[in-house]
Design a protein. Structure first.
Ligand code: ATP
Length: 445
């Protein structure tokens, strides 16, 4: 057991504070053409233990902030439950919700814009106490002075204005404000990303000290994986509104199980330049959260997507098939999002019909097995008929597998770790094995 895991166990009680089940948060339509909701959080399950720091990582736009905001009811859940100390807080409203809110607060990324520059530091920190009518005016002022001290600021800072402070000090003000109502749970949304590296360490130390002193539970949202590795007890890896892998930080960093976690971690530069781990470059861009893939959310970019058994093709041909399907998916998406009249005016029908050109671009320099060629030609026929949706559906039927049609389950991959990937089922090779077979040197070990 590594040192950090021992640390983790020592300052947690193991008791669950938050239990999140099948949580979804969708942002409704809007936009020029209305249309499908943005599925920002699309069915996540996890728990956070009292006293722990749970990290949330993933590419920009994968839903981290939305998930954090939903956990403290700054966003309304579309469905699912968030049990906080046994109470489903998604059901609270009115006075009950106001009362509960004291338990959960948020620290924002950008201390430049998150503090009201027209209020004094004292007023900013005191505001939540005023709103919740805590004690007398004198007691509130006293409480603010204590908070200033706890976050490393001076009593005389009470009457100053935020613009008179540095970034790190402003973040201390934000933290004092978040702690004013003595919450149990704090969402830290990229709390140090806007700060200089030297200041980052000071703020991280402060957050750790405050956690220790007040028994706080943190959800720590971050892009910077080295910060997460340093400060978090457990980590959830998010992709397109889903949690792909959840587990203790060191286990997850040292031996990632899920193909997406492997890809995300392989993007971290190796400290040892002789280390051989290959960077896994993910093909394509993340799909739109308005139109996520049907089966596994990562299927369209996964380097170890399961292939159908009845087609025998080389890795290179499969790569081209994937690219071809991406192009067709984009076409069908463009088709769906643009109204009929506008499409005619923009001349989209002709543009979409040009399937032969796409085939030429994708496949001219590879030998296609006859059955693959037949399927590609059939898809092109649909495209030429002006029906990219049918082409997309056909390709899915011809080249898809359970990754394209079934939502994976959460597999227990080792002690306290779960991974959301069909490859953990016993009838498939595990993700790491398959990555090696396909020529990736992985980070294992
Ligand atoms: N208020 C909103 N209305 C509509 N869509 C939204 C809203 N807020 C976020 N989104 C969309 O929801 C998805 C998830 O966004 P979110 O900010 O939660 O991701 P994130 O992982 O925190 O990104 P980042 O790391 O860039 O902050 C994105 O597609 C985003 O455009």
């Amino acid at each position: 057991m590594s040192e950090s895991i021992v640390d983790t166990v020592s300052h947690q009680t193991g008791e669950t504070l938050l239990d999140v089940q099948d949580l979804k948060t969708y942002y409704e339509g809007g936009g020029l053409f209305g249309g499908d909701p943005v599925k920002a959080v699309d069915g996540v399950n996890f728990e956070i233990a009292r006293g722990e720091t749970f990290g949330l990582v993933g590419e920009s736009g994968c839903g981290k902030t939305t998930l954090g905001r939903t956990l403290i009811q700054l966003e309304t859940a579309t469905s699912g439950t968030v049990s906080f100390d046994g109470t489903d807080i998604t059901e609270l409203s009115g006075g009950d919700l106001k009362q509960w809110r004291r338990n959960a607060q948020m620290v924002f990324q950008d201390p430049e814009s998150s503090l009201n520059d027209r209020m004094t530091v004292g007023e900013i920190i005191r505001e939540p106490l005023d709103v919740h009518e805590q004690g007398t005016a004198r007691e509130r002022r006293e409480k603010v002075r204590t908070l200033l001290d706890e976050v490393g600021l001076m009593p005389e800072h009470y009457y100053r204005y935020p613009h008179q402070f540095s970034g790190g000090q402003r973040q201390r003000i934000g933290i004092a404000r978040a702690l004013a109502l003595e919450p149990e749970f704090v969402v830290l949304d990229e709390p140090v990303s806007a700060l200089d590296v030297s200041v980052q360490a000071q703020i991280l130390n402060l957050l750790e000290e405050l956690q220790e002193e007040f028994g706080l539970t943190y959800l720590f949202i971050a892009h910077d994986l080295s910060v997460v590795r340093h400060i978090c007890d457990r980590v959830g890896v998010m992709y397109l509104g889903n949690l792909m892998e959840v587990g203790p930080t060191e286990q997850l960093f040292q031996n990632p199980e899920n193909p997406y976690t492997r890809a995300l971690l392989s993007a971290i530069p190796e400290p040892d330049p002789t280390a051989q781990a290959d960077r896994i470059t993910l093909p394509g861009s993340p799909p739109s959260p308005r139109d996520p893939p049907e089966g596994c959310p990562f299927a369209t970019r996964c380097p170890v997507r399961i292939r159908p058994e009845d087609i025998d093709a080389s890795d290179e041909v499969w790569d081209r098939i994937r690219e071809f399907r991406d192009v067709i998916r984009e076409r069908s998406r463009a088709e769906q999002s643009i109204g009929e009249r506008l499409k005619e005016r923009l001349g989209f029908e002709t543009a979409l019909a040009d399937g032969d050109e796409i085939v030429d671009e994708e496949f001219s320099d590879v030998d296609l097995p006859p059955d693959v060629r037949e399927h590609v030609e059939q898809a092109v026929t649909y495209l030429s008929d002006g029906d990219p949706d049918a082409a997309r559906a056909y390709l899915k039927e011809a080249f898809g597998s359970r990754c394209d049609t079934e939502t994976p389950q959460y597999y227990d991959v080792d002690d306290r770790r779960t991974s959301f990937c069909h490859r953990h089922a016993t009838d498939h090779d595990a993700p790491g094995e398959e990555l090696r077979r396909r020529g990736y040197d992985t980070h294992d070990g």
